[in-house]
Design a protein around this ligand. Structure first.
Ligand SMILES: [Fe+2]
Length: 153
């Protein structure tokens, strides 16, 4: 399904996120200890993903409140945003299990984006009216921050 113009900047960020998730998966397959991923994930999470999650929460939580049919999907979005924080906190370069958590981080990134694109965003586009979506769009265009795809380390 094609994304609405109002939410498209979030979907551009999702596209970048899927590229990053694929990169993590691929590097974990190729190397036992892809240490170059650690500062990259730190940068991506701290400077881009957290900002992306904030944009979603600022945009959706208030206008979607009157629609109980969206409750489960909004709860899943929030739970998963929280899971990123928890997994990120477990990514410790000194831990011998660090790449288990890196793998989980990449999988969650992939699955979370698929969930939002396939389930959450279509429902939001259906439930909110044109004026609400327009207001969200103005905010999102101001806040949009492309996620760098290349690992520079
Ligand atoms: Fe998202």
């Amino acid at each position: 399904m094609k994304r609405s113009k109002e939410l498209e900047t979030l979907s551009w960020e999702h596209h970048d996120g899927l590229v990053i998730a694929a990169r993590i998966k691929n590097d974990l397959k190729k190397e036992a200890n892809p240490v170059h991923l650690l500062p990259y994930i730190d940068d991506i999470y701290t400077n881009y993903l957290r900002h992306h999650f904030k944009q979603e929460e600022d945009s959706f939580l208030i206008p979607i409140k009157p629609f109980p049919e969206a409750g489960d999907l909004i709860k899943r979005m929030l739970d998963e945003h929280q899971q990123f924080a928890e997994i990120f906190a477990q990514i410790d370069p000194l831990d011998s299990e660090v790449f288990v958590y890196v793998g989980r981080f990449g999988e969650l990134l992939h699955d979370h984006i698929r969930f939002e694109e396939r389930q959450l965003f279509p429902l939001i586009e259906k439930l909110l009216n044109a004026e609400q979506l327009k207001k969200i769009e103005r905010y999102l265009r101001r806040e949009h921050k492309p996620i760098p795809r290349e690992c520079k380390i």
